[in-house]
Design a binder for this molecule. Sequence first.
Ligand SMILES: CC(C)(COP(=O)(O)OP(=O)(O)OC[C@H]1O[C@@H](n2cnc3c(N)ncnc32)[C@H](O)[C@@H]1OP(=O)(O)O)[C@@H](O)C(=O)NCCC(=O)NCCS
Length: 168
Amino acid sequence: MNVRNARISDAKVICSLINYYAEHDKMLFRALAEIYENLQTFLVAEQDGRTIGCCALEVIWSDLAEIKSLAIQAENRGKGVGTALVSAALEQARALGVPRVFALTLEPGFFERVGFAVVRKEDLPMKVWSDCAKCPKQTECDETAVIRTLGAGDAPVAEPVLQRSLWG
Ligand SMILES: CC(C)(COP(=O)(O)OP(=O)(O)OC[C@H]1O[C@@H](n2cnc3c(N)ncnc32)[C@H](O)[C@@H]1OP(=O)(O)O)[C@@H](O)C(=O)NCCC(=O)NCCS
């Protein structure tokens, strides 16, 4: 399995991976146009020439990026593909010089397995909520915020620091 930057030829597969889970109420729907517009933010996992997973890394602000649209083809779940995509996204964040990466997810257990810590959504900056305007759930958001701090030994954010405030 190989993780690489997405290409134009991946866009339709990325769109169907995401929307498969959106139909199961696990992710937000994405239009194909949105995938093309944000294609440079996407990484894909490829096996035997087939795209079997995707995720996006979007820079939010000077010190923060978001992992979005993480989706692994159903029959390839549980084989380390999600871990490989998150690792590659974290590597990209490091290369860009962004010290913190967060996600809003219905699968916090997975993110904890890959070194993220659960934080209160209120501790994330307002800028993070731009997607909420498009979300049908809006005020009934059932996602959990998770974050990982890069560098300094690459340890997950320590609990006492989170309780104070990340951006206070
Ligand atoms: C959640 C998802 C991305 C995980 O990817 P994956 O390739 O199946 O996960 P991996 O095989 O890399 O799993 C890594 C570890 O996390 C664990 N794990 C996977 N999903 C988990 C979950 N939902 N809760 C807790 N642990 C989980 C695995 O058991 C594994 O543990 P191990 O190291 O002890 O073996 C994938 O299942 C998926 O696409 N789910 C549907 C879409 C979705 O919910 N995306 C997240 C939106 S942000």
